[in-house]
Write a protein that binds this ligand. Structure first.
Ligand code: ADP
Length: 487
């Protein structure tokens, strides 16, 4: 198996050129042979027709066949043609062989025309129209043309013949020339093909060398694009696009790792710090130990929530997070989530209301959907103003359900709004929310900035969307749209 594309292409090119050349030379040879043969016959026929006119004219003057034929023959004298008149039995009336034929040509002595074979042909054929025939003879073949002529009720055949050796010699020269031209042209085509493929593939080789130098630390490098409109330019552009995506995925991954380890380090440091303080002095009061343990418990909950979220996102990224699809009712789920968030709402002195019509069936992963709604409610209660209001409402329209979570908080500034769905992103206001919630030591601990990223993924995995529809100093409004179940 030939590994090099260059060599493979050059070989293919040579094979195709060889087939074409073969067909071309064979075609050219055939064309030359047929054309010269046709011209040859035409010449014989025209000469025969002219001689026939002369013979007829002479016959009118002297009705003697032999005398008329001899007289006509003296008018027509050719160096390279045998000319004569024969009767229908193939007997020669009069015949003039070409004077040049009986002369010696070098060592070879050309024999004069022998009309015997032609006579046999005439005797066995019924000649009514001009006809050409090739007859074998000792001279390497002769081409003869026979033309019928009738005078005074008697029929004769005008005969014009010419040896084929000259024509055969010419065709032999053509054959030799073609046999010489064929391999020469083939070798030139092979060399040309190789040089051409080498030249046309050189941008690919340059790209390969350049691309092989790009590693994890040089992902910012790009392939040169000499001409963006040709195929190589388009290939380089596509590879560059791919490199850009790989670079940003690398960067995302790197940031994700850095953020994740940072988020994990904080609760671990708190747990260690609490344990160190608790153990630093022997026999501390009982309440101190309880307080330390409750901090440890809150932080380990936070830790396990972060680990759970990270695991979920990692599986989602790898396409391994399977949705446990089943039919459920959004109104029931909203009622459950509202109930769960009520204690946080009352701790913050906030009014939590829901506005949900009955029976909104969807098909989806109920646990993930619950996590999504709890996150929206949790955020609305965490970041909403103390004593304010949060409302969750559901409306169903043709083909989809829309869930709106509204709060009366301070809102999200536009520059923050563009980033809240990013992983590990937490707005400035979230710091205050941390302290508020932390003191309560419950499951709604401080987030790692993963909640909305997961919520959006869940919405999209269900064929829906999650957006921040509105945010101002009067509050924020998140809208979740989900496809309804086909009834
Ligand atoms: P977390 O709540 O853990 O910080 P999220 O991904 O749920 O992470 O939210 C990201 C950020 O979006 C929050 O830190 C906060 O700044 C902002 N945010 C989310 N919901 C609201 C809201 N209802 N009001 C104001 N800010 C919000």
């Amino acid at each position: 198996m030939i590994e090099s594309v260059r060599v493979r292409l050059a070989l293919w090119h040579t094979a195709i050129v060889a087939i074409l050349l073969l067909a071309l030379t064979a075609g050219a040879y055939r064309f030359i042979a047929e054309t010269t043969g046709r011209r040859f016959d035409q010449y014989l026929e025209e000469t025969g027709a002219a001689f026939r006119i002369e013979y007829v004219a002479q016959h009118y003057q002297s009705p003697n066949d032999f005398a008329a034929a001899t007289a006509a023959l003296t008018e027509f004298e050719f160096r390279d043609l045998d000319l004569g008149v024969m009767d229908l039995t193939g007997q020669v009336v009069a015949m003039a062989t070409a004077p040049g034929e009986s002369q010696a040509t070098g060592d070879e002595v050309i024999q004069p025309f022998d009309p015997t074979a032609l006579g046999r042909f005439i005797a066995h054929s019924h000649i009514t129209a001009p006809e050409c025939v090739t007859l074998p003879d000792r001279r390497g073949g002769v081409r003869a043309c026979t033309l019928p002529v009738t005078m005074d009720g008697r029929s004769y055949v005008i005969v014009v013949a010419r040896p084929l050796h000259n024509q055969r010699a010419m065709l032999e020269s053509v054959r030799k020339a073609l046999i010489l031209i064929f391999p020469t042209a083939l070798v030139l085509a092979a060399i040309g093909g190789y040089l051409l493929t080498r030249r046309s593939l050189s941008p690919v080789i340059a790209m390969t060398e350049h691309a092989s130098r790009i590693g994890a630390t040089t992902l910012h490098e790009r392939l040169p694009v000499p001409n963006a409109h040709d195929e190589y330019g388009q290939l380089a552009t596509v590879i560059n696009g791919l490199l850009t995506r790989i670079e940003s995925a690398f960067e995302q991954q790197r940031r994700f790792m850095a953020d994740a380890s940072h988020e994990l380090r904080t609760p671990i440091a708190i747990v260690r710090g609490e344990a160190d303080i608790a153990l630093a002095v022997p026999d501390r009061p009982h309440d101190d130990y309880r307080e330390a343990l409750s901090v440890v418990r809150a932080e380990s909950r936070r830790l396990s929530r972060i680990v759970h979220d990270l695991f979920l996102l990692a599986r989602a990224d790898a396409g391994q997070q399977q949705l446990q699809l089943r039919q459920f009712y959004l109104d029931d789920l909203i009622a459950d989530c509202t109930r769960a968030a009520r204690s946080l709402a009352s701790r913050r002195g906030m009014r939590l209301t829901s506005n949900v019509p009955a029976e909104a069936a969807v098909c989806g992963d109920e646990d993930l959907m619950r996590q999504l709604l709890l996150n929206l409610l949790d955020n609305a209660l965490k970041y909403g103003s103390e004593g304010g209001a949060v409302e969750i409402s559901l409306c169903s329209e043709a083909g989809f359900h829309r869930i709106i979570v509204r709060d009366s908080g301070p809102g999200i500034p536009p520059e923050v709004a563009t980033r809240i769905f990013d992983r590990f992103y937490r707005g400035d206001g979230s710091r205050d929310a941390v302290s508020t919630v932390q003191t309560h030591d419950d499951a709604h601990g401080v987030g790692a900035g993963l909640g909305l990223a997961i919520a959006r993924w869940v919405a999209e995995a269900h064929g829906g969307s999650l957006v921040l529809a509105r945010s101002s100093t009067a509050g924020s409004e998140f809208v979740l749209t989900l496809p309804a179940m086909a009834s």
